[in-house]
Design a protein around this ligand. Structure first.
Ligand code: SF4
Length: 82
């Protein structure tokens, strides 16, 4: 499988790295609604069990894997830094 490169400008995220790179081993992009409704533990590690959440514009999506770099909850979702 081809290595994906995820670029991100949210530099206060735990998974952000120099050059606007995301260094999470996996992420979950979802609708804003799912992001607001589901707890932090619901993330890329549980993605196979989630129903699809279609949206109409990019403005309605979010990175569910975001966690602030200074948060005590960086390990709640099971995602790892590469
Ligand atoms: S986890 Fe999401 S918000 Fe955080 S650096 Fe990666 S893409 Fe950006």
């Amino acid at each position: 499988m081809t290595q994906q490169h995820i670029h991100c400008t949210v530099d206060n995220c735990h998974y952000w790295a120099q050059g606007n790179k995301c260094v999470a081993n996996e992420i979950l992009v979802a609708s804003d609604q799912l992001g607001a409704d589901q707890p932090d533990r619901i993330d890329a590690t549980t993605a196979q069990n989630l129903n699809p959440t279609p949206v109409n514009t990019c403005m309605s999506t979010c990175c569910k894997s975001f966690v602030a770099g200074n948060s005590p909850n960086t390990n709640v979702d099971g995602i790892k830094k590469q």
